[in-house]
Ligand binder design. Structure first.
Ligand code: PLP
Length: 403
């Protein structure tokens, strides 16, 4: 049995009320809630050993440095990277993608080709568009189908010897589709292209093994895995991180500086200019411990049950359409015929239910379905079927009020 009551007790926020109603939090795809263990790690840092890292000889600085590097090792082990210095701690997925895109910007030339998927988050489209505008590389797109899956036969046709990089999310944030990244990586490597996988939406549900995947770059954000905002990771194979130029100049990322020439520090410091999010990194490590203590198999079982139950109950509502029916994580993106998603979301909020409405930073997907957006309910392991019943009743009420 999944210890749901015990787990819910780990999250203080789940006790609060919104508009006088118990909070039903179904916006986990935007950010997850924070367990007490992670809150404690943050309080402990600021209460007991707040100091800058890698600089001082004093005790606090040593303690902070040790904890920060311990967190890096936790993250390394979780993702099964070969080396701890292949884990770059960043501000999050967006910054991680930008580090790679801007690095490749100077390595690509006119006529080179870059492939992205139609299911991307804007953070994985815009940096590559900016890069292609700069160096004349061509951006190609793997189209999606009606179920919200990628058309892999078209991917085969897009790949050629000019393809240099392929970017794809592991799981789509708008629809929850789990993409066939193993196949994408293998096929891209056959033509000599590198692959960056955006794991922001996968990591709350799946424990990725970067060595088994043989992926070149893998990125994610802590705040979607029960960690704090403003911190995330860039995993890169050592030889590729060596190849990429640094992203920002500043303290911490240099070895020696004179006005004639600066030599860069080794990995991971080359990509960690300035004072990092020290507390955030340490709390990211605590979040990884928390998730692994529950276990990703148990998380998947619980979430799949919620997905099946929610899908069944919502589908009983007349005029309700669910977008994205391919193999997916616990996300239900839907609309009710003739009603704007925003109006449904506003009524749900009055009932204490938090969902996301809009294009979910994935406008090309909305264009594909010719809709302005969807209502997205995204579940986490700490959600319950009773909460889904509250959602279903809320959607029925919204439908009655709005039609
Ligand atoms: C949330 C998300 C991002 C952006 O993450 P940030 O933490 O805002 O940088 C990128 N890609 C996907 C798939 C996401 O779900």
């Amino acid at each position: 049995m999944f210890p749901i009551d015990k787990i819910r007790a780990d999250f203080p926020i789940l006790n609060r009320k919104v508009h006088g109603k118990p909070l039903v939090y179904f916006d986990n795809g935007a950010t997850s809630q924070t367990p007490q263990a992670v809150i404690d790690a943050i309080v402990d840092y600021y209460s007991n050993y707040n100091a800058n890292i890698h600089r001082g000889v004093h005790t606090l600085s040593q303690e902070a440095t040790d904890k920060y590097e311990e967190a890096r090792i936790k993250i390394q082990k979780h993702f099964n990277a070969k080396k701890a210095y292949e884990i770059i701690l960043t501000a999050g997925t967006t910054e991680s993608v930008n580090i790679v895109a801007s690095g490749f910007s100077s390595l690509l030339k006119k006529g080179d080709e870059v492939i992205v998927s139609a299911l991307e988050h804007h953070s994985n489209i815009v940096p590559w568009q900016m890069m292609c505008e700069k160096n004349g590389a061509v951006l190609r797109v793997i189209p999606m189908d009606d179920k919200g899956a990628l058309q892999m036969n078209v991917f085969d046709d897009l790949l050629n010897e000019n393809t240099k990089i392929v970017f794809c999310n592991h799981v789509s944030n708008a629809l929850g589709t789990i993409n066939p990244i193993e196949e994408i990586i293998e096929k891209a490597h056959k033509v000599g292209a590198y692959v960056l996988i955006d794991g922001a939406q996968a990591c709350p549900h799946i424990k990725p093994d970067v060595q088994a995947l043989d992926v070149d770059f893998y990125v994610a954000s802590a705040h979607k895995i029960c960690g704090p905002t403003g911190v995330g990771l860039l995993y890169g194979k050592e030889e590729l991180l060596q190849l990429l130029p640094p992203y920002q100049g500043g303290g911490e990322m240099i070895e020696t500086v004179t006005f004639e020439k600066t030599t860069y520090a080794g990995l991971p410091h080359k990509f960690e200019a300035g004072t990092p999010n020290i507390c955030g990194g340490i709390a990211f490590g605590a979040a990884i411990d928390y998730m692994n203590n529950i276990g990703f198999d148990a998380i998947a079982t619980q979430e799949n049950e919620l997905l099946a139950y929610g899908t069944e109950k919502l589908q009983e509502i007349d005029g309700l359409r669910i977008y994205g029916t391919a193999k997916k994580t616990a996300v239900i993106s839907f609309n009710i015929e003739g009603i704007h998603p925003y109006d449904i979301g506003s009524i749900l909020d009055k009932l204490g239910i938090a969902v996301r409405t809009g294009h979910h930073c994935a406008q090309p997907i909305m264009d594909f379905y010719k809709i302005p957006g969807t209502v997205r309910a995204s579940f986490a392991f700490y959600n319950t079927k009773e909460e889904i019943d509250v959602l279903v009743a809320g959607v029925k009420k919204a439908k009655m009020m709005l039609s």
